[in-house]
Design a protein. Structure first.
Length: 532
């Protein structure tokens, strides 16, 4: 039985069961056996994290930055083993997906978080000299991170974006591994543990359990020793955790489900039909469709070009062999979603059943007419997580607008339109309806790429996430989820946090931006402020 990581030590779990991951390419179980932890393990992790939070909060941002940078270095030194292990556990291609794309993204966001921690502007230091009131975002306390199955590196609970943001903000992390890739998570936690020791951070800065019972997971997110939780996964499990956290008043940041609608306007199909087909198919089937930003719902106005688009997508879906899905559970969930869509009245055009060898599902395309969508919009927005898509064919542009009006909240929404302007009037009519429904709006571009950019919003209205005001990707914004606003009224200068004292503690371009009497500046209090 593999050990858990508690307070800087790998130790035997207090377990109530065990599990093994499986190779999706063959379906065969993998050799390592992992524990299902009892509450004793979680309780010990919470106790250690509470102590670590107090110590971590006293350290400068440069100390957290040193850990994050060293962690990135250690991951790169073990890149080959990590890529091999993640490939075996997820079936995702070793190259280019894991070794050349996702792993560099992971180390890159750790280093971006390190820079944000060292510089400090993320904490929004605000100084009102007349009233002598000052405020700053301070670490909220220990953070529990529940990682998803589809990104074994970049969203991993022990190394991904949520961990990077939480530690950069000054919060120790209790990582709950995804059971699709426990060995990958264990390897990452080993490197995190070593980097913690090398940089002198509190031993419990990063801890790891692999699985708990549902009741203990709910108990964890509701524990008053916890500052916040971050969860990426299914809507059902996420909402159960949210109910527990909300009842206790503990913040929880959720990424749940999204069908990521794509509007294919008539002018785009008339101008570049084949390009629209190719771009949609490539995005829809990328990674066997197992992206949270996978385009799962296409809305079109009925026409000869629309029929050619659907036929072209169908041909390509049927021609490409399916890649392995992440797990048998993903396959079963996808099949259940397809059945739900068909029961609601969607017509199957391609696929619709599991395949072999291993864990596979035939590329699946469904069709529904606009009248039917309007009659049961909720059912037709069932997320089919995987290589499946639904085409909604509307009678006219008025019906297209009506369908957009019934969309749920989504991470993304894409609009393809004629580059010469033939669709501009229709675009101007439809986008105000779509814009409030999506976190990220794209023009003439599929949504599967999520750049680690300060301007990125990887969030959106419910049910895409639990709160539309936060993002899981994009530094420094992602750090602010794990901040608690602290205000200091007439507090003596020596007792203030360094970033709220009159002298800005940084140097040169590493100085934090601070709001002093309403002006953002890197200068000290008392220096002349620029005026617009």
């Amino acid at each position: 039985m593999e050990p858990v990581l508690i307070d800087g030590a790998w130790r035997p779990a207090t377990s109530v069961g065990s599990f093994r991951a499986a190779d999706p390419a063959s379906g065969a179980p993998l050799p390592c056996e992992f524990p299902v932890s009892a509450w004793d393990d979680v309780d010990a992790a919470l106790a250690a994290a509470s102590t670590a939070a107090r110590a971590l909060g006293k350290l400068p941002g440069s100390a957290r930055a040193a850990f994050l940078a060293r962690f990135a270095d250690r991951i790169e030194a073990r890149a080959g083993e990590l890529a091999d292990t993640a490939h075996r556990e997820t079936g995702l291609p070793r190259a280019p997906r894991l070794a050349d794309v996702e792993l560099p993204r992971t180390t890159g966001q750790l280093r971006q978080a390190a820079a944000a921690a060292a510089e400090g502007s993320w904490s929004a230091p605000t100084i009102d000299t007349k009233a002598n009131i000052r405020s700053i975002l301070a670490p909220c306390g220990p953070v529990a991170v529940f990682g998803p199955n589809n990104f074994p590196f970049a969203f991993n609970s022990a190394a991904g974006g949520d961990l990077a943001a939480a530690v950069a903000a000054g919060c120790p992390v209790i990582a709950k591994a995804n059971t699709s890739h426990p060995r990958t998570t264990q390897l990452l936690a080993e490197e995190a543990c070593a980097a913690v020791r090398e940089t002198g951070l509190p031993a419990a800065t990063v801890q790891l359990v692999y699985r708990t019972g549902h009741e203990d997971g709910a108990r964890l997110v509701a524990d008053r020793r916890l500052g916040a939780s971050a969860y990426t996964g299914s809507r059902t499990a996420g909402l159960a955790l949210k109910a527990a956290a909300d009842a206790a008043g503990i913040p929880i940041y959720l990424e749940l489900s999204s069908v990521n609608p794509v509007l294919m306007l008539p002018g785009a199909l008339a101008e570049r039909l084949q390009a629209c087909i190719d771009e949609f198919v490539d995005s829809s089937l990328l990674g066997a469709g197992q992206f949270c930003t996978n385009p799962g719902l296409v809305l079109l106005v009925g026409s000869a070009a629309a029929e050619e688009f659907i036929a072209g997508v169908k041909t390509k879906f049927e021609a490409r062999p399916p890649a392995p899905l992440l797990s048998a559970n993903v396959c079963a969930s996808l099949d259940a979603s397809v059945r739900t869509l068909r029961k609601a009245g969607a017509r199957l055009l391609a696929g619709g059943e599991p395949g072999s060898p291993g864990v596979r599902y035939a590329h699946t395309l469904l069709r529904v007419e606009g009248d039917a969508f309007l009659a049961d919009a909720e059912a037709f927005q069932t997320e089919a997580f995987g290589n499946a898509a639904v085409m909604v064919v509307c009678r006219d542009t008025a019906q297209l607008a009506a369908c957009i009006g019934l969309l749920d909240g989504n991470l993304t929404g894409s609009v393809y339109s004629d580059t010469a302007g033939a669709d501009d009037a229709l675009y101007d009519r439809l986008v105000p309806l779509l814009r409030p429904k999506v976190g990220r709006l794209l023009d003439d571009k599929m949504p599967t790429g999520v750049a680690v950019s300060p301007a990125m919003n990887h969030g959106g209205p419910y049910p895409a996430t639990g709160h539309p005001g936060f993002t899981a990707v994009g530094i420094p914004a992602s750090l602010r989820r794990f901040g608690r606003l602290e205000c200091f009224d007439n507090v003596r200068p020596a007792r203030l946090p360094p970033l709220l004292r009159d002298a800005n503690p940084g140097a040169g371009d590493t100085r934090a931006w601070r709001s002093i009497d309403g002006v953002w500046t890197r200068e000290n209090v008392g220096a002349p402020l620029p005026r617009l």
